[in-house]
Write a protein of this length. Structure first.
Length: 278
């Protein structure tokens, strides 16, 4: 297929555009006529880059910095909270010093050694499922004991600022704690005057333990609101720590009475715990 040759009119148009281009280059090089135009274009280019940076890059950078700062604040607050909880537990320990130990020399040593003893340790909450209190008899939680020596803490008592939580029944990277409300858990308790003793068991309900006793053995008269304390019998739980208050009295038959006691402490009160290993 033959190519069409340019018409005379097209040739003249091409010549005009070429000549115009040459003239523009000549005047720009020698007379700097278009320098202001180029400068304005360069300024527009720089301004556009700054606008794009301010719109897209800077907000992303600020977001990353803000996220990093927020996480740093969270970490610092967590550390400060743990230090504060540890201080509270230390004060709780000192205020109950005569109940945690029967040997007063150990109390003095604990205070002198800033409570870093063979007996008192601190722990952080590892895991607990709140749904277990609504469905199950097995009430457990897992804690991480802050102890570099990784010693055996089985049968150690666990407490928080309000009182006793339970005892450790399993060792590992996280220690398993059977809570007082577990149906397989038992804690020896006594009345505030020390004239009534009972081995209370977990009820399988949130914050409740129960005590069944024979009226043939105990003739003690109970009232709703009576306080009960740990007796220290059995050697696991310290004595004279308030456990809970009486909420229900049920006469099962002529010889058996059931007491239901609401605990003063809950594993959900805090994420920081004290551990006593006698």
């Amino acid at each position: 297929m033959a190519r069409n040759s340019p018409t005379p009119g097209q040739k003249i148009t091409y010549f005009i555009f070429i000549a115009l281009g040459i003239l523009i280059l000549y005047f720009d090089i020698n007379l700097k006529i278009f320098s202001s135009v180029k400068n304005n274009f360069q300024s527009l280019k720089i301004s556009s880059s700054l606008v794009i940076k301010n719109i897209s890059v800077n907000p992303i950078k600020k977001f990353i910095e803000l996220t990093s700062s927020k996480q740093k604040l969270i970490d610092e607050n967590t550390m400060l909270r743990e230090k504060l909880d540890e201080s509270y537990l230390r004060n709780f320990f000192i205020s109950k010093e005569n109940t945690f130990y029967t040997d007063h020399t150990k109390v003095i040593k604990a205070i002198k050694d800033d409570l870093v003893t063979e007996s008192l340790h601190f722990a952080k909450l590892g895991h607990i499922d709140p749904n277990i209190f609504n469905c199950c008899d097995k009430h457990r939680m897992y804690i991480e004991i802050l102890d570099k020596n990784k010693r055996n803490f089985k049968e150690a008592a666990v407490f928080n600022l309000n009182g006793i939580i339970g005892q450790i029944i399993g060792n590992g990277s996280q220690n398993e704690v059977i809570l007082l409300t577990d149906t397989k858990s038992y804690i020896p308790i006594k009345s505030s005057k020390g004239d009534f003793f009972c081995n209370a068991s977990g009820s399988g309900k949130a914050n409740l333990i129960s005590c069944n006793y024979s009226q043939l053995v105990w003739t003690h008269e109970h009232r709703i609101g009576d306080a009960f304390f740990s007796s220290g019998l059995g050697g696991i739980y310290p004595r004279d720590i308030e456990v809970g208050k009486l909420t229900s009295i049920e006469i099962i038959d002529n010889s058996l009475t059931k007491l239901e006691i609401k605990l003063v402490s809950s594993p959900f009160d805090t994420d920081f715990f004290g551990v006593i290993k006698k």
